[in-house]
Design a protein around this ligand. Structure first.
Ligand SMILES: Cc1ncc(COP(=O)(O)O)c(C=O)c1O
Length: 430
């Protein structure tokens, strides 16, 4: 496990001073846990100061409010008490689970006849990762991740579960997914237990893989399994469906992994969070590429874990998602939100890559999702972020010393030009 974070040290010292009894009672996890600042604190700073544009949040907006599906929103006042307040089953509403499975099969042609479990409903995707870490990760196990990833993985798998995170460079020199480094890291860190997490469309870059790259990823995993290793592959499909580029694969990598080798256990993590524009309803799904007989046993394990954590996802959220999925107009409304995001994505790609900015930043390849990332050629990303926020009321995220993430999901198409020209102005002024 990595060394204790200095911020936790400070927090623990303050707790010891404020309430020695609580400090003395803390568990090992209680001592390790904290809330990393990075993106969350930049976002909350922006929510106060970004009075012009706030492109920090992993949500989508239109017409100055959160995007949502009217088929979902209009049901809020018409539900029966049972469907709002009643206890749902531990693994989720069965009809919703069946609807989600049908949705997975129809969105992912590779899954059409594949052996997949009935999705298990969780209290959001983060809860899925937490359950997987409880079920599969021991202190000291290695989790293989690219060097660019959504920060919450670290909190769940490293801080909470005690895994060692082993990274490989996400991009190769051609700025494509670094299959060679992925393969090498996989082979080098392979013990009889291998844990891999892959996320396409990718947070933070917006990269999506091609069919050819997906083939190579699968082949690398299969040949690692052929050496006798048991491999858990977690596929984070948070931004599933938001593909804007015809060159990339428009379905989940999960479909290529199901049934690929008996020693490979693929798990798909997805949710209503981004796919149904329902971030705060807190509904995630866990789907295993396993046969029904095996799945029944795993469901018992997961039932236990859900019982001791949230004891089930909120009934009202499950009801709302299910009713929306059954409604006339559901597909059209999703398509309409998709078109808005796609138009923005294409405009952002065009503007961010404009030659007038070529000496200021490189743009990471971007095909999907909510975000675009700039790699600054000079200056400091955090300084740029602060100047943009304090002098122009524009919120974006500084990912590292040189990288900026812009959530165009929160910028109207007519404002994109201005946001990038302000970023350029600030970069130039440094
Ligand atoms: C890549 C990725 N996975 C998972 C999630 C988390 O989803 P949830 O809010 O359902 O926990 C996010 C949220 O931003 C994300 O970007």
């Amino acid at each position: 496990m990595s060394a204790i974070n200095p911020k936790v040290d400070t927090l623990n010292n303050c707790i010891r001073t404020a309430t020695p009894a609580v400090y003395a009672l803390l568990s090992d996890l209680g001592r390790r846990i904290y809330l990393p600042k990075s993106i969350l604190s930049q976002s909350s700073e922006a929510s106060v100061k970004a009075d012009h544009f706030n492109a920090t949040r992993a949500v989508a907006t239109a017409d100055s409010q959160l995007m949502h599906l009217n088929v979902l929103h209009r049901n809020l006042s018409t539900l029966t008490p049972e469907r709002v307040y009643g206890y749902p089953p531990i693994l989720g509403n069965v009809e919703l689970r069946m609807f989600w499975q049908t949705h997975l099969r129809s969105e992912n042609p590779l899954l059409e006849d594949a052996q997949i479990s009935l999705p298990i409903v969780t209290s959001g995707m983060t809860h899925c990762f937490s359950l997987l870490s409880d079920l599969f990760v021991n202190t000291g196990d290695t989790l293989i991740l690219p060097d660019k990833y959504w920060g919450n993985y670290r909190l769940v798998f490293e801080t909470k579960a005690g895994a060692e995170i082993q990274t490989y460079p996400f991009f190769n020199t051609d700025m494509c997914f670094n299959i060679n480094e992925f393969r090498q890291t996989l082979y080098e860190s392979a013990t009889d237990k291998v844990l891999i997490l892959l996320n396409f469309p990718h947070n933070p870059t917006g990269y999506a893989i091609t069919r050819n790259e997906a083939d190579q990823v699968r082949n690398a995993i299969v040949s690692c399994a052929e050496k006798g290793n048991n491999i858990l592959v977690i596929v984070d499909d948070a931004y599933s469906g938001l593909w804007y580029d015809v060159e990339v694969m428009h379905e989940s990598l999960f479909g290529m992994l199901v049934g690929c080798h008996p020693k490979v256990v693929p798990v798909k993590v997805d949710g209503a969070t981004k796919e149904e524009y329902a971030w705060g309803l807190r509904i995630g799904f866990l789907t295993f590429g396993l046969a029904e007989s095996a799945m029944q046993l795993i469901e018992e394990k997961l039932s236990g874990l859900i019982r001791v954590s949230t004891s089930g996802a909120a009934q009202i959220s499950q009801t709302l998602i299910l009713e929306a999925m059954k409604s006339i107009g559901y597909d059209e409304q999703k398509q309409s939100n998709f078109e808005i995001l796609k138009d923005r994505a294409l405009k952002v790609q065009q503007i961010a890559n404009d030659t007038r900015y070529a000496d200021m930043w490189d743009v990471y390849p971007n095909h999907a999702g909510y975000f675009i990332c700039l790699s600054l050629k000079s200056g400091n990303a955090e300084t740029v972020r602060q100047m943009l926020l304090n002098e122009h009321g524009i919120g974006i995220i500084a990912l590292s010393e040189t990288e900026l993430r812009v959530a165009y999901s929160c910028i109207d198409i007519t404002d994109i030009e201005e946001v990038f020209s302000k970023i350029a102005q600030v970069v130039q002024s440094q």
